[in-house]
Design a protein around this ligand. Structure first.
Ligand code: NAD
Length: 296
């Protein structure tokens, strides 16, 4: 069993760490939020007073933070964590961040001889809790084989997307598509309801018809249609609007840099920006239904 440092115990990191504890790993954990730390300690983790304390003596370092600036600040800038990690350790950076930020951390890790993978995830909070996440990995394939036993305790699909940063590129493409089909699903449900349809009946029809998609199957945005999704608990928990807005911004940056055409991604980014500006930033991203249907 490994000694794992786990930094960032939010909606995703909390349940991911819980699965590693369940599998028998020893965890030193750190988060800026005391409640998140306490929840992990209740499951058997040891709370560290700082990220530096958490990584001291760890074989594996996992981070699950909101965005690029948090990751770069932790590893390279104020935190300078890269200098406290054992050169024989393996870093699994699981946050969704820009490919460039991931490559900067990779380069700093490599300069110290530390193995690193960018390993962003898909599958949402339900996948994190069930241990069925998809890991989309960038970095050396040998490092992935080393990481596999640990990643398999948190996820069921592991993909090697390519070299350092490639995991982030694939993740950004996926989330742009997710935003587009979530907004499209909300729009179709809004249209149906405005024309007298029951949203549950319409969802059943579209789910097994040519409009079927992940949002309809697993994450219906209309309140009350599906149990155990954020739409049925006032859009609380889940994947925040501001995190989706961040990911769409990363997609737009990548599109600019590569001259790729992403018209629907651009529209989705604008919809999420508008939704966030109206105070919905902390709600789950399926709350785009509220913006589209003008309902609270
Ligand atoms: P979150 O905001 O719930 O959790 C982030 C945690 O990081 C918080 O507990 C915060 O206190 C902590 N944190 C921030 N800076 C820190 C620091 N310097 N040191 C220690 N802890 C720090 O976010 P989340 O929903 O868990 O998402 C985490 C990442 O996973 C994001 O990059 C997100 O885009 C990605 N993601 C989220 C989902 C989802 O469904 N929520 C799905 C896939 C990927």
């Amino acid at each position: 069993m490994s000694h794992i440092a786990f930094i960032g115990l939010g909606h995703m990191g909390g349940p991911m760490a819980a699965n590693l504890l369940k599998a028998g790993h020893r965890l030193s954990v750190f988060d800026l939020t005391p409640a998140a730390l306490e929840a992990a300690v209740a499951l058997g983790a040891t709370a560290a007073p700082s990220a530096v304390h958490a990584v001291t003596g760890a074989d594996i370092v996992i981070s699950m933070l909101p965005a690029s600036q948090h990751v770069e600040s932790l590893y390279l800038d104020e935190g300078r964590l890269i200098y406290s990690i054992d050169p024989n350790a393996l870093i699994l950076e699981c946050s969704t961040i820009s490919p460039e930020a991931a490559r900067r951390v990779h380069a700093a890790a490599c300069a110290r001889g530390i193995a690193m993978l960018d390993a962003p995830v898909s599958g949402g909070t339900a996948g994190a809790a069930a241990g069925t996440l998809t890991f989309i990995v960038g970095g050396e394939s040998g490092h992935l084989e080393r990481a596999r036993p640990v990643l398999e305790k948190m996820g069921k699909n592991l993909f090697h997307a390519g070299a350092a940063g490639a995991g982030q590129v694939a993740k950004i493409c996926n989330n742009m598509l997710l935003a587009v089909h979530m907004a499209g699903t909300a729009e179709a449900l809004g249209l149906g309801v405005a024309n007298g349809l029951d949203p549950a009946v319409l969802s059943d029809i579209m789910r097994v018809s040519s409009g079927g998609n992940w949002s309809l199957e697993k994450y219906n945005p209309w309140p009350g249609v599906m149990e155990n999704v954020p739409a049925s608990r006032q859009y609380e928990g889940g994947f925040g609007v501001d995190l989706m807005l961040k990911d769409l911004g990363l997609a737009m940056e990548a599109a600019l840099a590569s001259k790729a055409s992403t018209p629907l991604g651009s529209l989705a980014r604008n919809l999420y920006a508008l939704h966030s500006s109206q105070g919905a930033g902390k709600l789950d991203f399926s709350s785009i239904q509220q913006l589209i249907s003008h309902k609270k």
